[in-house]
Structures are given as structure tokens and as C-alpha cells.
Design a protein around this ligand. Structure first.
Ligand code: ADP
Ligand code: ZN
Length: 215
């Protein structure tokens, strides 16, 4: 499959993307994960991105486009990809359109995950993430807790609250989503690519997306 996942922070893009990769071997491409690994590794990219990320601000479009132009040409993308957290702005969407045309890649469609605001707020404040870069399992202290001592059930590393999951950064991320990313819904509607899914359970949503793909 070749799809884009759109949705507010906390809408479940990461969880849905992971479930979809298990289904047909398409790769999940998360710009958030790529940036977090770069920050952890202390690369030039990571050093540039960190201050934006910690505040809950978007990283500049030019940096993101450089990452994605290279990433989409890696061999593992040939079998399909699920874009998770990209594009995030209208300029990114416009650049992506040109890039895909240049690479002769056609998208199946764009998935808009529609989740009520209360659900999103609750999810973001209760989220924990495995700190092992090779794992990055996502937990919820209420509905899907890690081990009692706070370690990951899959790899036993610590699970942590991300720097951008403080209340202030969360509010900023939601505001940024509304002003910069929500306009992509209109953009892809005009392109004839948008499909909106009311999404309360990631599993149900994955089943709905598979159905829409004709699988
Ligand atoms: P979430 O969707 O939960 O906010 P992500 O893991 O997708 O988080 O992204 C974390 C942070 O990485 C964002 O707050 C932003 O600073 C940066 N980021 C990720 N993707 C992009 C993008 N496409 N454009 C600009 N910044 C991005
Ligand atoms: Zn883990």
C-alpha cells in the first residue's frame, strides 16, 4: 500500500501504521521517529531539530523534505509505505506531490483519522514510550500499561514520557496541528485522495482501511 496517515497528535497514527505494516510488509515511515533517533544519536540533523521538537513546534519544512526525499528512494519503499506524521504543512504536501510525480509513485489514498478531542487529550497525557530505539513500543498507563515497574513488556527497557508530552508542549502541538496540519484535509479532499475514518479503536480502523484498499 502507499498511503498517508493524517490525524492530530494522539490520534493513533503510529499504532495504526504499525498494525498496517504487519499486514502487507509496507514500511512505516515516521518523521517523528527519524527525528527522535537523530536527536538521540546527536547528528547534525538531530542538533538542528531538538529545540523545535521539545517546544512542540514543527521542524522547518526544508529539513523534513531532505529527509523524505532520501527516505522514499530507499529500496524498502518499493513494496509500499505508510507515511506517519508527514506531510505536516501545506508546503510539505505540495513538495511531496512534486516528489512523488518525479519518482512515478501513485498514492492509494490519504487516511484522515478523526478522533474526538477529549479522547486525544486523555491519550497524550497517559502515553508512555519504550526508550529502546529499536523497539519504541507505545503504552497507555490506563488501557495498555507497561510492566508494573514501568519497563517495556517486549524488551524490558524503561518506558518514558516524551519531552514533548508535558501539558504545555501538548497544548502547543494541538494548536500547531489545527493551524498548520488540519488544512491538509482540504488539500487532499481537492486532490480526490481523502478518506476519513472515525477512529476510536486502532484495530477497527485498521480493518476499515484494509477494506478500503480492497484487501
Ligand atoms: P505527534 O504526531 O505525536 O505530535 P511525531 O512523533 O509525529 O509526534 O512528531 C514529533 C515532533 O517531530 C513534532 O512535534 C515535530 O516537532 C517533529 N516533526 C515530526 N514530523 C514532522 C514534519 N513532517 N514536519 C515538521 N516537524 C515534524
Ligand atoms: Zn521496548
Amino acid at each position: 500500500m502507499r498511503i498517508i496517515l493524517l490525524g492530530a497528535p494522539g490520534a493513533g497514527k503510529g499504532t495504526v501504521a504499525k498494525l498496517l505494516t504487519e499486514f502487507d510488509g509496507s514500511v512505516q515511515i515516521s518523521t517523528g521517529d527519524i527525528l527522535r533517533s537523530a536527536v538521540k544519536a546527536g547528528t547534525a540533523l538531530g542538533r538542528k531539530a531538538k529545540e523545535y521538537m521539545d517546544r512542540g513546534d514543527l521542524v522547518p519544512d526544508a529539513l523534513i523534505m531532505d529527509i523524505m526525499e532520501a527516505r522514499l528512494q530507499e529500496p524498502d519503499c518499493r513494496n509500499g509505505f505508510i507515511l506517519d506524521g508527514f506531510p505536516r504543512t501545506i508546503p510539505q504536501a505540495e513538495e511531496l506531490k512534486k516528489l512523488l510525480a518525479r519518482l512515478s509513485i501513485r498514492l492509494d489514498f490519504v487516511v484522515n483519522l478523526d478522533v474526538p478531542r477529549e479522547v486525544i487529550l486523555d491519550r497524550l497525557t497517559t502515553r508512555r514510550t519504550c526508550c529502546n530505539p529499536a523497539c519504541q513500543a507505545i503504552y497507555n498507563v490506563k488501557s495498555n500499561p507497561p510492566n508494573a515497574d514501568g519497563t517495556c513488556t517486549l524488551c524490558s527497557h524503561e518506558t518514558i514520557q516524551r519531552d514533548d508530552e508535558t501539558e504545555e508542549a501538548i497544548n502547543n502541538r494541538l494548536e500547531t496541528y489545527n493551524s498548520k496540519t488540519a488544512p491538509l484535509i482540504g488539500f487532499y479532499e481537492k486532490e480526490g485522495l481523502l478518506k476519513t475514518f472515525l477512529s476510536l479503536s486502532s484495530k477497527d480502523t485498521v480493518a476499515d482501511i484494509k477494506k478500503a484498499l480492497g484487501a
